[in-house]
Design a protein around this ligand. Structure first.
Ligand SMILES: Cc1cc2nc3c(=O)[nH]c(=O)nc-3n(C[C@H](O)[C@H](O)[C@H](O)COP(=O)(O)OP(=O)(O)OC[C@H]3O[C@@H](n4cnc5c(N)ncnc54)[C@H](O)[C@@H]3O)c2cc1C
Length: 505
């Protein structure tokens, strides 16, 4: 229950700011992370008050923002779904099915009453004296300014800017007579019938979108600067079919399939580090029989990086390859020289005709929801900070964030981080502490700082473009993150909350 008792207080500036009340825990974001966090919080601390604020007008985060044709998961839903709620559908799910699943969680946990949509958090200030965060919010519908206070801040804001997608500018774009769209802002009424579409990009979005629109458009060309890795598993795991035919409880099927996928992904992550060349060959060769006869695999498919240095895009049942075989789609691997009036000219001088250009070029990474943080009046410069286990940040009291896995389902980490948060809140209660601050110990102060993401380990464009605005990691636990799920499965449940890196007051 939130203690919402609106009163109007004078703002520091000219406008009035409405006092929106105090909660024990304030969650930012109503996506997969925020909804999962709220479930665990309610489950473990039914008496604590909380609220979930989201800038968007609906739940789902990523799955509400991305509603382009064919949008679907890359992960299996047995691990992308929560540990506590069985997934009943096919392994790979459409965006709408994921939203429906989240709706069920919201409904079953009665979370609707705690979610405030169109509430953008702009600033958060910690006061040690008051032992609380003051959170400034702007309402998207009325423009009204609100002020919440909270004992603990749980940032579940995801990793990218939902309103400003990454759109590179290319030469000649202004003279292009057709339509340019970004998948993050897909126009509902976009008519594809008879249109020649060029999709710029080779990642998961391009791989998902192309088979979904290839039957509707006249032709779709995937224009990639460099290839990505693909893998083509069946949409539904045969083990799920077998188990469901036995009419056993869905909880069992969920848990068994979850373990099956987890072990498969652990193997994949390990192999990508221990035997990258073999994995590369396996991934490329598994595509070859699915491609049209005579297709130039060596030109269009081997990526310039090791498997898993960027995400492997899933092509369920090989649907992308099917539209290539059917001639409805084709691939051009080249850089863009310029847009023309009626298409795109590539660097080899070929002009690809286009009525619609889709820029599947990715995201702008955002640091903790672009919220301006201050601690006791001092603005926080994240580039000078270090992560504590990829969950908290040194010098920021009573603040945790959720950052999921890149190489495994994001949600696996939502459950693990929530468990640790539960332990931490209970630990504070036992100690009678009202404040916990990750703090570098004397032996940590000269530790070597490393980029948030080691480019040798994981280096997609949206991460490398943004390293200079991100916080850092150290060279030792607990000042690291980007560990594999296989490691964290052991480490996080056992993490010592009294090792001196968390200071309680
Ligand atoms: C198309 C697509 C497909 C993907 N598929 C997979 C997949 O198959 N498997 C996988 O593991 N990952 C996948 N991902 C990554 C995906 O982002 C995560 O899986 C997951 O959805 C992140 O959930 P989240 O709740 O942490 O963040 P988000 O989904 O990004 O939601 C964050 C929410 O917080 C809100 N917010 C942010 N800042 C503020 C603020 N200042 N004030 C108020 N509200 C704020 C946003 O409006 C948003 O609604 C995919 C990403 C995309 C774009």
């Amino acid at each position: 229950m939130t203690t919402i008792a609106p009163t109007t207080v004078p703002a520091q500036g000219a406008e009035e700011i409405q006092d929106a009340g105090h909660v024990d825990v304030l969650i930012v974001g109503a996506g997969v992370s925020g909804i999962g966090a709220a479930h665990h919080l309610r489950d473990q601390f039914p008496d604590r008050t909380f609220v979930i604020l989201d800038a968007q007008d609906n739940r789902g985060g990523t799955w509400w923002t991305h509603r382009y044709p064919g949008v679907r998961s890359d992960s299996d839903l047995f691990t992308y779904g929560y540990r506590f709620k069985p997934w009943r559908g096919p392994s790979i799910a459409a965006g709408e099915e994921i939203l429906a699943y989240l709706d069920e969680v919201i409904d079953e946990d009665d979370l609707d009453q705690y979610i405030r949509y169109r509430h953008r958090v702009t600033a958060a200030s910690w006061s040690t004296e008051d032992r609380r965060w003051t959170v400034e919010v702007t309402r998207g519908d009325t423009g009204q300014q609100l002020r919440f206070t909270a004992g603990f801040l749980w940032m579940c804001q995801g990793y990218y800017n939902h309103t400003k997608p990454y759109r590179p500018r290319w030469d000649g774009m202004d003279r292009f007579q057709g339509v340019v769209v970004h998948p993050q802002r897909w126009p509902e009424d976009l008519d594809l019938a008879g249109k020649r579409v060029v999709v710029i990009g080779s990642g998961a979005t391009a791989a998902t979108l192309i088979p979904a629109i290839a039957g509707k458009a006249d032709h779709v060309t995937m224009l990639q600067r460099s290839p990505s890795y693909y893998f083509a598993p069946p949409t539904t795991h045969e083990l799920a079919v077998t188990l469901r035919a036995l009419d056993i409880p869905e909880e069992w099927t969920h848990e068994i399939l979850r373990r099956q996928y987890i072990s498969q992904y652990h193997w994949l992550a390990r192999t990508s580090l221990e035997a990258p060349d073999e994995l590369h060959t396996f991934l490329i060769e598994s595509m070859r029989p699915l491609l049209p006869e005579g297709f130039d695999v060596d030109k269009h498919f081997p990526p310039r990086y090791r498997p898993w240095q960027q995400r492997i895009a899933i092509v369920p049942d090989g649907d992308l390859f099917a539209v290539l075989r059917e001639g409805k789609a084709s691939i051009v691997t080249d850089t863009i020289e310029t847009f023309t009036e009626h298409g795109i000219k590539d660097s080899s001088g070929e002009e690809i005709p286009a009525d619609i250009v889709v820029t599947a070029t990715g995201f702008n990474l955002s640091v903790l929801g672009d919220v301006a943080f201050t601690v006791d009046g001092e603005p926080v410069d994240f580039t000078e900070r270090v992560t504590w286990r990829g969950i908290m940040i040194n010098g920021l009291p009573n603040m945790a964030y959720v950052f999921g896995y890149f190489r495994h389902s994001w949600t696996l980490r939502v459950d693990l981080v929530s468990d640790l948060m539960g332990r931490l809140l209970a630990h504070m209660q036992d100690k009678g502490a009202t404040m916990v601050v990750p703090t570098l110990r004397p032996q940590d102060t000269d530790m070597q700082l490393r980029p948030w993401s080691d480019p040798e380990n994981f280096n997609p464009g949206y991460v490398t473009r943004s390293q200079d605005i991100l916080f850092k990691q150290g060279d030792r636990e607990p000042w690291t993150h980007m560990l594999e799920h296989e490691q964290e499965l052991e480490i996080l449940p056992e993490a010592d909350l009294d090792d001196g890196t968390l200071v309680y007051r």
